[in-house]
Write a protein that binds this ligand. Sequence first.
Ligand code: GRF
Length: 216
Amino acid sequence: MSAGGLALAVLISGRGSNMAAIARACAAGQIGARIVRVIADRNGTAGALLARELGLQVEVLPAEEFADRAAFEAALRSSIDASGAQLVVLAGFMRILSPQFTVHYAGAILNIHPSLLPRYPGLHTHARVLGAGEREHGATVHFVTSELDAGPIVLQGRVPVLAGDTVESLSARVQQQEHIIYPQAIGWIAAGRLQWVGNTLQLDGRALPPPSHQDT
Ligand code: GRF
């Protein structure tokens, strides 16, 4: 893994496939970034195991071992800051962060959400998309703000919903997109190409277009 580049702290709760995709993109030199620490909020995650196999520094902070959310978040902040991370990357981190936390890292914390936001914020997106009979689905990389799944959108990946899709088949298709768009978005930030100006994001000095599905 390259020694230079934007320092990332990747926060996970589970499988860690996005973390691994980002790690691969860093190691391959596709993006000018490096993972300085992976932090899991529970014991025994497959993602932490995978991160160790990839040679990454891993810290496990089991949330249930802390007295309350404030104590957990204080430990999380200490770990992130001690790692030297410049960007916090939520990658399947299944915990709602307080406004104090998100404001502290404003502009330096990203999330990936398995839907075409602003559609389908929250949980169980694949089942809800199937239940609603949608023909298109996808994933969204966005900056994290104090409003859940509502920060400025950096990038979206779209997939069709196919006849006969199950939650498993649809989520696998969405994840393929996630593994492309998350490294790409981080790469834009690492290259200094993405700026948050007022209410809009700019890529190379030009406003990112709003997601096209917003007008449907
Ligand atoms: C992804 O689908 C992501 O959109 C959501 O949680 C899932 C994490 O998957 N936030 P993984 O742990 O990266 O495999």
